[in-house]
Design a protein around this ligand. Sequence first.
Ligand code: SF4
Ligand code: SF4
Ligand code: SF4
Length: 168
Amino acid sequence: MQQAVNQSRRNLFRGRINRVGGIRPPWSLPENKFLDTCVRCNDCIDACETNLLKKGDGGYPIADFSQAECTFCEACVKSCSPKALLKTDSQQKPWNITATINDRCLAKNKVHCRTCGEQCEVEAITFRLAPGGVALPNLDTDLCNGCGACVSSCPVSAVAMKLSTEQP
Ligand code: SF4
Ligand code: SF4
Ligand code: SF4
């Protein structure tokens, strides 16, 4: 019975991930293993120096980029005793997410703005002059590390984070 309840909760949560794009903390296990391993203790949320991590559906942690970014400090990973967050080698990427810029972007609407690019330490967002004199942002997803610094900086909420590959 408990197994059925757990499965139902997992299915519900998976559905919500797909609908609203909830993103797990960096270095999370693949989703099914994450849900089996995370004990919803909040230790990663408390450890996060930028308050990026929040309680999501079912009490499981998610990354909320609306007001914060990830500095990749690894405090969350170190705080996770059950190892639902696990970094096994120094080259392991924290996650498969990248920024995306939608059509609300001021520059795409012919208003000068380079705010997101100014936040990007790895220079994944560059600007190219377009006909009409306003430079348009170009996002290099290979360079983007998914820190999310560009998201809250956008004055018209045109930047969001998305999974660059489907979560397992
Ligand atoms: S790596 Fe640091 S900043 Fe990023 S989510 Fe973990 S604790 Fe927060
Ligand atoms: S510290 Fe680990 S077990 Fe606790 S809520 Fe965060 S991911 Fe889950
Ligand atoms: S998420 Fe970070 S690395 Fe990616 S474009 Fe935005 S600021 Fe740059």
